[in-house]
Design a binder for this molecule. Structure first.
Ligand code: FAD
Length: 523
């Protein structure tokens, strides 16, 4: 299999007249999963992403592959059961970008030990054969040993359980590469501008290459709207009179030095004073605290953390941790927007309970939204099933339950201390690129775990087009340390310019744009 993420080849393919079997709008978790599912079933598949893959919500998750302990507390057992099975599948199919994560629930009342203990034992049972390890009760001393920075006043004990953790945008790129391996054409920076119709039925899309301004008419037998929080924009292209189908809520995360947690275990605070779930997680050598749930009026590509949200997380961290983080300790703050679906009447054949919604309009536009990263595969399978019905295809089964993703490597061979581990089986290819030029194997910044030459690899093989693509989603520099990412930007721009054939003016513009963007990530 080759790495088929090839932007020039994909753009050339847009000029053809042969209708695509499926055109997918949006390159987040849902759209990419749908492209992989369709291509793996053998359909001629095109995915168009208006910005970069995972630029939207899919690079801004809390990084959990989980069944949803919160849903369990709400008694939504079937939903948790399904999500836990998807969790197990994802960890098996993409070991290079996922891992098992231990969690401790510290308890300050005996009743909580019993309540959450019973809930987490049920969590293990629901996971069945795909479980990640048994939950167990912890004494006060054991909690203190596992969580050296947790407040101990009134602590009575706790529960230890396992869930999954992942690198969201790296998983997105991995799914994109997998879809390309199976023959899909995927393009970033190509925005869908309208829908084509014939006799009232959706017959394709119009789209613009955002790099050149070239417009395309792209015929298709079925069109999938996986535009996330922008799904209404696409639905309005189909029917301008439709009511808004989404309300929006944002969640922020603070990234801190690893010393604030100082543990391999994460902390789950199941209920803060005001009834929210809070996580303190080790992630890529940092501590991440999240998240919030704040209704917001409009969708935005680059949401801003609100002052009150930052303060909420700092205050609650101070409440539960012995070392209270100050504003100046925040290395980065990142924000994602949840689409909360208001539309009723979802179609689809499955009786599976879900927190996502699949809609098929009268003209045949298939819209998929909601859900979570953990369940992207199942959402994709149902979406392709619906698109095949719309396109008049004979249904075929999805092979994705056990489909290993691009770069799959046996988990026991993954060295989690290796900064290149997320490339999986491609790691030797990356090392070869790093050896090409002096300085390429050195860190792009002393406070970042990434080598400068990874920018060249990302441009050649992972469709990185901008400094932001490299520093935010092909590496996670912007999320790990926003200031260090800004400092690395000029060197990264130089490498990218050489790879993409850009001039000095492009370098200056890229650095200025990235520096402005990084301001949003600085608390
Ligand atoms: C704060 C927060 C924390 C979360 N944490 C977790 C977690 O820990 N675990 C978990 O499992 N899930 C989590 N989720 C949920 C998960 O992140 C989302 O369910 C998932 O990322 C949604 O993916 P998507 O593809 O539907 O949307 P998106 O990722 O937003 O993708 C939609 C894409 O469509 C593109 N687009 C829009 N309009 C057009 C157009 N006209 N033409 C072309 N492209 C277009 C956008 O650019 C965007 O990239 C979290 C969500 C939030 C908000």
């Amino acid at each position: 299999m080759t790495n088929g993420l090839d932007r020039a080849g994909g753009i050339a393919a847009l000029a053809g007249d042969t209708p695509w079997d499926l055109v997918i709008i949006g390159g987040g978790a849902t759209g990419l999963g749908t492209a992989l599912d369709a291509a793996a079933r053998g359909y001629r598949t095109l995915l168009l992403e208006g910005h970069d893959f995972a630029k939207g919500t899919s690079s801004r998750a809390t990084k959990l592959v989980h069944g949803g302990v919160r849903y369990l507390a709400q008694g939504n057992i079937p939903l948790v059961h399904h999500a836990l099975h998807e969790r197990g599948r994802l960890l098996a199919n993409a070991p290079q970008v996922t891992r098992r994560q231990g969690f401790v629930v510290p308890c300050y009342r005996w009743w909580d030990v019993l309540f959450y203990g019973a809930g987490l034992f049920a969590y293990d049972l629901l996971a069945g054969k795909l479980g990640l390890g048994r939950s167990r009760l912890l004494s006060r001393a054991e909690v203190m040993q596992r969580l050296p920075t947790v407040k101990t006043d009134g602590l009575v004990g706790g529960i230890h359980y396992y869930d999954g953790q992942f690198d969201d945008s790296r998983l997105a790129i991995t799914i994109a590469a997998s879809a390309a391996d199976h023959g899909a054409t995927l393009l970033n920076y190509v925005r869908v501008t309208g829908l084509l119709k014939e006799d009232g039925r959706i017959a394709g899309v119009t789209a613009r290459d955002m790099e050149t301004g070239t417009d395309y008419r792209i015929p298709a037998k079925a069109v999938v709207n996986a535009a996330g929080i922008f799904m209404d924009e696409i639905r309005h292209m189909d029917r301008p009179d439709l009511a808004e189908g989404l309300s929006l809520s944002q969640g922020i995360h603070l990234v801190l030095d690893p010393g604030f947690l100082a543990s391999d275990d994460a902390i789950l605070i199941p209920k803060t004073d005001d009834g929210r779930v809070l996580f303190v997680l080790p992630w890529l050598g940092r501590t991440v605290i999240g998240t919030t749930d704040t209704p917001i009026p409009t969708a935005s590509m680059e949401p801003h953390a609100l002052e009150a949200e930052i303060q909420f997380l700092l205050d609650h961290a101070a409440h539960y941790l012995t070392r209270a983080p100050a504003r100046s300790d925040v290395l980065s703050v990142f924000t994602g927007i949840r689409p909360l679906v208001k539309v009723k009447g979802a179609s689809g054949t499955s009786a599976v309970p879900r927190d996502h919604v699949l809609l098929v309009s009268d003209s045949g536009l298939v819209t998929i939204t909601g859900g979570k990263w953990t369940t992207y595969r199942e959402m994709a399978e149902q979406t392709v099933d619906a698109a095949l019905r719309v396109g008049g295809f004979t249904p075929t089964p999805s092979p994705t339950k056990e489909l290993r993703l691009h770069g799959w490597t046996p988990r026991e061979r993954i060295d989690s201390a290796d900064p290149l581990a997320a490339y999986g089986a491609d790691t030797p290819k990356v090392r070869a690129v790093l050896a090409e030029q002096p300085g390429w194997d050195a860190p792009m910044h002393p406070d970042l775990p990434y080598a400068l030459g990874e920018a060249a690899y990302a441009a050649r093989h992972l469709m990185a087009r901008t400094v932001e693509d490299v520093l935010s989603r092909r590496t996670r520099a912007l999320l790990l340390n926003a200031q260090a990412a800004v400092a690395a930007a000029p060197a990264v721009a130089q490498v990218l310019a050489a790879e993409l054939g850009r001039d000095a003016a492009w370098i200056d513009k890229q650095v200025a744009e990235f520096t402005a963007l990084a301001g949003v990530y600085q608390a």
